[in-house]
Design a protein around this ligand. Structure first.
Ligand code: TRP
Length: 484
């Protein structure tokens, strides 16, 4: 039972509560909408490779750090980091990282509700017989038409905003634990069916090659930064979501195992989405780099050609909408839990207030597709800016700060105590956070700023050497420090 006043910290109810909620947060539009279209935009396998490397080397250790922070600090990002800083006798100013994270989660939600609105509107289109068009071009036109009317698009995103705030207002556990329970297996099953269909669509080989024919020399600076940002986005990192959910994790659950499971599920869903979508795109002569509308133009066409297609289409878009909701609620949870501890208002009231602010900003993201399509700065609309600022800059920067906090600022003994790792596993985690994560993120940043050009096909040994040198230096210094 959830009660309105939360005196004690609420904890996830079931044994799988956290795993389900974190997976629900991680698996969303990022996997099914954004991953395929970014892969298309950045040339396929090169992007996939960067993304996979970033998940393993940066995403997983940072996710573990966030859960550790959340569970140790037991509070919103700001409060948890403050508590940890105090415990480690460090400046409370480090909790600024928590503020930035909260802001980031909120800004993402402002454009996420628009995309989720697309998913919802396609549920309606399936039900009302609005699909069943003859060609990719016709679906492209339909997608355009959905966007060109500010009232319709605004209506759908408003619906998503309201639903998100209602679920958050009632308490996260209630909604999430139940829906993710059956949604995740359902989504995987449906994607599997679509892959089987795609396997016979005539474009399968081309699709698989596009995704997996890795070639280091094709990796561009843009793809590096995009892959880094997307790894954070898809795992819901550096935005307070995972940290806040971690605050509700009961003691005694293994953080490492949990993280690996969530990251694994998330990656599998993204790759499955890619395998379902790209063959269809090639078989129908579509351009893989056609941007954010990619899945809304390619998938309906595939459904039309499948037996019982409209049923599959309905189930798919319903699941996509639900996956979007289990993610969207995690983006405001940090803000709500922060306000809950610092204001006298109830969760319900706070959701109304926060939802209102969110709604106003999201309307500007809606207008980016119609009346405000010309409101551009540096060639980007409000929608583009929200995505760009958060994914390319705020999240990687937040990830860097998280690594620094865990690797250098907070008391190592407390972290070790909380994470429950020993021996090699502990040392590997420390090593990744202290050296690998910061070096990689900083290099990608410098590359994006144009200070130098990273070429992984010739320079990887360089990077390994820098990391090794830093590690040697760092470990010697800290040993001397400990001895003196
Ligand atoms: N990870 C989700 C997805 O892939 C999106 C998401 C949920 C998110 N919570 C977040 C992204 C917090 C950034 C920050 O769709």
């Amino acid at each position: 039972m959830t009660t309105q006043q939360q005196v004690k910290p609420t904890l996830w109810a079931g044994r799988w509560g956290f795993v389900l909620a974190a997976t629900g947060s991680a698996v969303g539009l990022g996997n099914i909408w954004k991953f395929p279209y970014m892969t298309g935009e950045y040339g396929g396998a090169a992007f996939v490779l960067v993304y996979l490397m970033c998940i393993v080397a940066l995403g997983v250790p940072i996710m573990m750090a966030e859960i550790v922070f959340g569970r140790r600090g037991r509070g919103s990002p700001v409060d948890a980091l403050k508590r940890l800083a105090r415990e480690s006798q460090r400046s409370e100013l480090w909790s600024l990282v928590g503020w930035v994270a909260m802001l980031c989660g909120f800004l993402i939600l402002c454009f996420y509700v628009v995309v989720a609105g697309w998913a919802f509107s396609y549920v309606w289109k399936t039900l009302s017989g609005g699909l069943g068009l003859p060609s990719v071009e016709a679906y492209g036109a339909l997608f355009e038409a959905t966007n060109s009317n500010v009232w319709t698009l605004g209506g759908w995103s408003t619906l998503v905003t309201v639903l998100t705030m209602v679920i958050v207002g009632r308490g996260v556990q209630e909604g999430i634990e139940k829906s993710v329970n059956w949604m995740m297996p359902g989504l995987v099953l449906l994607l599997a069916i679509m892959i089987v269909y795609a396997a016979f669509s005539g474009g399968f080989k081309e699709g698989v090659n596009f995704l997996f024919a890795f070639d280091f020399s094709k990796i561009s600076s843009e793809a590096l930064l995009a892959g880094l940002g997307h790894a954070f986005f898809t795992l819901s990192l550096a935005s307070g979501a995972i940290l806040t959910y971690g605050a509700y994790l009961p003691a005694g659950r293994s953080i490492a195992q949990t993280t690996l499971l969530v990251a694994f599920c998330d990656t599998v869903v993204a790759l499955m989405a890619g395998l379902a979508i790209f063959p269809i795109i090639f078989a129908n002569g579509m351009d893989p780099s056609s941007g954010p509308g990619l899945i809304f133009m390619s998938l309906p066409l595939a459904f039309d050609q499948m037996p019982f297609g409209s049923i599959f289409a309905l189930v798919f878009f319903v699941m996509l909408s639900l996956a979007a909701l289990t993610s969207s609620i995690s983006m405001v949870e940090a803000t709500i839990s922060f306000l809950e501890t610092h204001t006298p208002y109830t969760r319900g009231r706070l959701s109304i207030g926060v939802g209102f602010v969110l709604w106003i900003i999201s309307l500007f993201a809606v207008m980016s597709f119609n009346v405000g399509a010309d409101w551009k700065a540096l060639g980007m609309t409000v929608f583009d800016w929200l995505d760009y600022i958060t994914s390319r800059w705020m999240m990687p920067l937040g990830g860097l700060m998280t690594a620094i906090l865990a690797g250098y600022i907070f008391n190592a003994d407390s972290l070790r105590d909380e994470i429950g790792l020993t021996g090699m596993a502990w040392r590997l985690w420390r090593f990744l956070l202290r050296y690998v994560t910061p070096v990689c993120i900083i290099m990608i940043f410098l590359d994006a700023l144009g200070w130098f050009t990273l070429d992984l096909s010739h320079q990887w040994y360089w990077i390994v050497a820098i990391i090794a040198a830093l590690a040697l230096l760092g470990e010697t210094l800290s040993r001397r420090h400990a001895a003196g």
